[in-house]
Ligand binder design. Structure first.
Ligand code: ISL
Length: 579
């Protein structure tokens, strides 16, 4: 058992408690973080060069999106060699140096684990595809055509069918994502053994855990039944037959035995689960079951999807968002653990999406951060979020790089007669993943200090004023606010262990909750709207009595005298009282 890192020696944690409950995780999407060699693509050395930024912020863990060898069809989520670093990002030696540098600073490294699928250029798939009698044929999911077409009606996440015909053998292979991301057959024990071996290899190299990509999709219903087709849709939804499928818990428990059980407790795992419900998450993260430490669920990031899915939007329904968070907080209150996020590399920027990136940019970035970070669970910060980075003002299809957006643009008919092109472009401009993938804005120079070359994707023009250099020494910056939130989590046990209670669940403007343990209570009050709001009588009375002597821990509008009666647009205040 190694000792806890200094930043993680939290006073509230008993020695047997898991360190990651007191931790804040920072996600790096390497191609967009920092480019050290001028080729326009971020790299591992770029990360090493910016570790001061992470240490200064105070985060405990770096989650690194894939840097493995890859044809980059899906920016590295299509892996052709799990044991190699893609030359675009550097070398294994660079990665070893990153691990050592992080450890020297008291931080940890969690790598992305993408094992629902590989690249079609992985040697395993090349062998599998070579002929029907290959010993690796069964490592992937091959089926004969049905009535001369796809074996079932499942659609791919990235448009079109989830099946691709291999002309030579006359069979189709399954790919839930791009056709260059064939799904592995986890029912084959050799596949599982090969994956566990690879995971052990990385852990032996010194990494501290894994973020597991779409890990709840690894067990498919063996009959691969057709899914329901939405009105107006072409392809069926197979999720009921591969989301948390029949053997997923068995496989995760086996993985735990083969990879994690014999190691010390300093590791951390988090599984990405598009289909997770609170009930499922409890199963996956109940420590007694030995599966995972945390899951990423998608409930709150689906609430603003319109009838046409992620590329259509409806306005934020704060009541629904609060109900969702509260349900998850309650479901995992006495078993399991939540992960807390607004942003990642697949989601539009939160300040543009849930907040207001024009008139109330600072206020809404800080209010959103606060309501998220002070809940129970482990918060995740996506690169640039700590600066309040916004969505990109996309105006042309040429500025997009993400295959999901480009495929959708093509499939949704923008190309046929062009009549819907503007509408579809507007949809991907709001909902597209490239919003999260524009380069981190380090300073106000050309290309935001991200690269000296030509960036692989355009830089957001607002880097002239929205950048790390401008915020670093400004106590009134979004960056300074995140720093305070992170420090608070490290200093206040109630943030880690306190009981969560949502207040006024039906209020459409106010996001309010308390956290309480035996000695301390916190009250979080945020006006999540662009209108000022009067506090209700009961709350005003409570503030004047129970909370009268409370300390103001955080307040994002210090210019506005906190009067206990009203909140300005996106005003957030956090009070603490000792019981
Ligand atoms: O953004 C999405 C597509 O609409 C999500 O549903 C996303 O596909 C889903 O979260 C799975 O994401 C993960 O696996 C994908 C990869 O493209 C994403 O970047 C990754 O986070 C396939 O590996």
């Amino acid at each position: 058992m190694t000792t806890l890192q200094p930043a993680l020696q939290h006073p509230s944690l008993r020695p047997t408690d898991e360190w990651w409950k007191a931790a804040v995780v920072y996600q790096v999407y390497p191609r967009s973080f920092a480019d050290s060699n001028g080729d326009g693509v971020g790299d591992i050395r770029g990360i090493i060069n910016h570790l001061d930024h992470l240490e200064d912020l105070g985060v405990d863990v770096l989650w690194l999106s894939p840097v493995y060898a890859s044809p980059q069809d899906d920016n590295g989520y299509d892996i052709s060699d799990y044991y190699a670093v893609d030359p675009m990002f550097g070398t294994l030696h660079d990665l070893d140096e990153l691990i050592a540098s992080l450890h020297a600073r008291g931080m940890k490294l969690v790598m992305d684990l993408v094992v629902n699928h590989t690249s079609d250029e992985h040697a395993w798939f090349q062998e599998s595809r070579a002929d029907r009698s290959s010993t690796k044929r069964d490592w992937y999911i091959w089926r004969d055509p049905r009535d001369g077409a796809e074996p079932n009606n499942w659609g791919s996440f990235f448009s079109g069918p989830a099946w691709e015909l291999d002309q030579d053998s006359g069979q189709y292979f399954l790919h839930l994502f791009s056709r260059k991301q064939p799904d592995l057959n986890w029912d084959n024990p050799e596949v599982r053994a090969a994956i566990y071996q690879m995971m052990n290899w990385w852990l032996d190299r010194g990494i501290d855990g894994f973020r597991m990509d779409v890990i709840s999709f690894i067990s498919k219903h063996p009959a691969l039944p057709d899914g329901l087709i939405d009105d107006g849709g072409t392809w069926g939804n197979g999720m009921p037959f591969y989301g948390s499928g029949p053997r997923v818990h068995e496989y995760l428990q086996e993985m735990h035995r083969e990879v994690f059980a014999h190691r010390d407790a300093d590791l951390m795992t988090v599984g990405e689960m598009v289909d997770a419900t609170p009930e499922l998450a409890r199963l996956y993260t109940d420590q007694a079951r030995q599966e995972l430490d945390m899951v990423f669920h998608f409930e709150h990031v689906g609430l603003d999807h319109g009838p046409g899915g992620k590329f259509t939007r409806k306005p934020l329904d704060l009541v629904a968002v609060k109900h969702s968070f509260a349900r998850w907080q309650e479901a995992l209150a006495d078993g399991g653990w939540n992960s807390l996020y607004w942003n990642n590399h697949d989601q539009p920027r939160a300040v543009s999406r849930f907040g207001n990136d024009t008139d109330y940019w600072y206020q809404s970035a800080t209010a959103l951060a606060t309501v998220l970070h002070l809940m129970r669970g482990t918060p995740y910060i996506y690169q640039g979020e700590e600066l309040g980075m916004t969505n990109m003002p996309f105006s042309s299809i040429d500025d997009f790089r993400d295959l999901e957006s480009l495929n959708y643009y093509r499939e949704a008919g923008a190309g046929s007669d062009g009549s819907r092109a503007a509408e579809i472009l507007a949809g991907i401009a709001i909902g597209g993943r490239d919003n999260a993938r524009t380069p981190v804005q380090w300073d106000n120079r050309q290309h935001a200090g991200f690269t000296t070359g030509k960036p692989w994707i355009p830089v957001n023009p607002n880097h002239t004023w929205l950048n790390a250099a401008a915020q670093r020494t400004d106590p009134g910056s979004v960056l300074a606010w995140y720093r305070r939130l992170i420090r608070l989590r490290h200093e206040e046990p109630v943030i880690i262990e306190g009981h969560f209670s949502l207040l006024y669940p039906e209020d459409p403007q106010l996001f309010a909750y308390t956290r309480a343990n035996a000695s301390t209570s916190l009250l979080v009050l945020a006006n999540c709207s662009t209108q000022p709001m009067a506090l209700n009588l009961e709350l005003t009375r409570n503030l004047a009595t129970d909370w009268a002597t409370a300390e103001i821990l955080l307040h994002n509008q210090p210019g506005h005298r906190w009067a206990h009666q009203e909140l300005q647009p996106w005003e957030v205040v956090v009070l603490r009282r000792v019981i």
